[in-house]
Design a protein around this ligand. Structure first.
Ligand code: SF4
Length: 369
């Protein structure tokens, strides 16, 4: 991964004493700092100046999260026929990402173009504590990778440390870091208690090289996974978004094969599958930002959730193949689909999950074994 070095750091005065703020400022002593009363003034200024996304990402903002950190994962909500929900929860500890995947939905999703880290992590932990303690028999799976990569900034912030230590105290919760980086240094030596899964979004090398700019190479991601397994963490993989291109079968099968050759299957908590999905706005944005990418040229058709996706028989073929490859190497590893409707689930697995809550619970319970 290309390391992130911002041109400027903006700090809200309200988080000046935060441990996260101190970590960042200590790691970047030469970067200019501007103090703000409220980062929303920066947003208004950015709206007027209209910096390019690449330029805006060069500013790092350390702010207080003004709303709730903890939310239901929005993937189950969709227009038209709804997607199957796997009862996942997200905490938005940061928003935006310095890496540049051509297909990243954040490019058109966020209304604040800068990279923001919410430094008031004690409030985040307090929210989680209230939730976990008031529902002691509910197993929670919680991820930090919805609006940002979970670990890409960890060498600056060290955000992972209090999170891993916090989750190690709760028998009813699993934390998932989802990343395309190889930043696992801070996870080494932590007392994680088996409650953290470190997972990688992963694609064949050809896709990483053409469309996942500034991310860690596949080799580095797998080496980072090996380090985590050696530290007793379970790991996960998200083959998402799967890309349909000439030769995809061979490349994806080789990738699945490599995962299970390099990692013991009992250390793999889950594998999820998803395929390329673009809003019409994102497709146009990709064309202008990444004119060499062939991804928008695929056989994409509009579907009821308002997105462009591969025609469903193509998606079903890709998912079925991936399920077979995983099952042939590790029959007990849970495999599930992300952001897919029940009809597609039934074509891939013979039936859609009859009880979605049970699906989420079983993933949480298996991960903790
Ligand atoms: S790593 Fe994830 S969050 Fe970052 S640009 Fe790629 S898809 Fe977006």
């Amino acid at each position: 991964m290309v390391a992130y070095t911002p041109d400027k750091i903006y700090v809200e005065r309200g988080v000046a004493d935060s441990w996260i703020t101190r970590n960042v400022l200590r790691r970047l002593p030469a970067t200019p700092v501007e103090w703000l009363e409220d980062s929303r003034t920066l947003l208004s200024a950015s709206r007027r100046a209209g910096p390019s996304l690449a330029a805006a990402k060069r500013s790092l903002v350390l702010a207080r999260h003004k709303g709730r950190f903890f939310k239901d994962c929005p993937a189950g909500r969709s227009r038209g026929e709804r997607n199957v929900c796997c009862n996942y929860f997200v905490v938005n500890y940061a928003s935006n990402c310095h890496m540049e995947c051509s297909y990243c939905y954040l490019q058109t999703h966020l209304n604040f173009p800068h990279l923001v880290v919410y430094a008031n992590y004690p409030d985040l932990l307090q929210e989680l504590e209230a939730r976990f303690e008031s529902h002691p028999s509910t197993p929670f799976r919680v991820g930090t990778g919805e609006l940002a990569d979970s670990l890409a900034l960890d060498s600056l912030t060290r955000y992972s440390v209090p999170l891993v230590e916090f989750f190690s105290r709760y028998g009813n919760a699993i934390l998932e870091f989802k990343t395309k980086s190889d930043c696992v240094e801070n996870l080494m030596g932590l007392d994680h208690g088996g409650r953290t899964v470190v997972s990688w979004s992963i694609n064949p090398r050809a896709v990483q090289e053409s469309d996942e700019h500034r991310t860690a190479s596949i080799e580095r991601r797998l080496r980072a996974a090996e380090r985590c397994v050696a530290e007793g963490y379970r790991v996960g993989f998200h083959l998402d978004p799967m890309i349909h291109y000439p030769g995809w079968q061979g490349d994806y099968e080789d990738l699945v094969d490599e995962i299970f050759r390099r990692l013991p299957s009992r250390s793999v908590a889950w594998i999820s599958l998803g395929s390329l999905r673009l809003s019409a706005g994102l497709k146009a944005f990709m064309r202008s930002r990444f004119p060499r990418s062939g991804l928008p040229l695929g056989e994409l058709v509009p579907v009821p959730d308002g997105k462009l996706r591969y025609f469903w028989p193509i998606r079903v073929r890709m998912y079925r193949s991936a399920v077979e490859w995983v099952r042939a190497r590790s029959p007990r590893t849970p495999v599930y689909l992300c952001m897919e409707r029940p009809g597609v689930w039934s074509k891939v697995f013979a039936q859609a999950p009859p009880d979605e809550k049970r699906l989420g619970r079983s993933l949480a319970v298996t991960a903790a074994r």
